[in-house]
Design a protein around this ligand. Sequence first.
Ligand SMILES: [Zn+2]
Ligand SMILES: [Zn+2]
Length: 347
Amino acid sequence: MVIREGRWDCPTCGSRGLLGRDLACSGCGNRRPEGIRFYLPDDAPQVTDAARLAEARAGADWICEHCGVSARATQDRCPGCGAARGGSPEQQTHEHRFAEPPDEPAAAAPRPRKRRWKGPAALAAIIGGLVWWNGPVEVTATVAAKDWARAVEVQEYRTVQEEDWSVPSGGRQTRSFRAVRDYRQVLERYETRTRQVSERVQTGTRTYTCGQRDLGNGYFEDVTCTEPQYTTHYRDETYQEPVYRREPVYDTKYAYQIERWLPDDTVWARGDASKEPAWPAVPAGRNRREGARIQRYLLRFSDGEGKTYEREVTADQFQRYRQGQPVTLRMKRGGGDVQIVERKPVN
Ligand SMILES: [Zn+2]
Ligand SMILES: [Zn+2]
């Protein structure tokens, strides 16, 4: 066990750094009192002298109950008044532990330092540039032309052939047959394979100084602690891997005839500003009906200097904009989607 000599400060005259071995102050000569607080300088060397080591290991000092003088554990009588030790109290001993075990030399790699990211300013500059490039511009123009188109799908009620896993209501079965409806995984065999596994294995223990014990006589003893040390071992391990085979599942499928409404034709109506939008007439016929309807409205604009723009609009917008009406268009600087700036009427 490593022994180091502590220090103490005289509470009477204020002398500092008195040697642990001293039972009296070298400044004022007063005896070391009970309850004195010993401390250990950071660079305190290891004690090697045999006499000092014996002193350190003898035990805590005792304090004479008659005159208060400090006496060594090896002394039977008080060096101050000569009284026997009797029931005199001992100097307190205690242990101080370091907050953390010291790093091992191998683990003492420098910690990565956090760097401040200087990106935000650069990014803001880039975004600023993009906003300018893609930023909206406004153009004054007039409605040069209006085009509309409307279409109606025409459906016909026809007899068709279909196949399914059951015959729906209204269907007339023509035949049935076996067909693959699904697949299932069937365990076929196991294959022996190898994989690498890691294990944490204890390689030994490490002993380190984890604190200091105040021996109550001016000396300190290093407290040592041990901790297990580990390494990671890799080894190959065999295991059984299941191998599956895909197997079809058969079921009865039915072929049948059934009547369905199916798209047959599409009729269109088109026009411009001179003609109100209207739905096309669907020629009447047996087993025919109207299906889905679609409508599209387009406004074309001219800025009077040869530049034209167009925008698909709603039916409501198409009604509101007359041919020749001035409008403000907004678009991105680089081109693209044209928006109509709709300003609220000023009263
Ligand atoms: Zn003193
Ligand atoms: Zn005494």
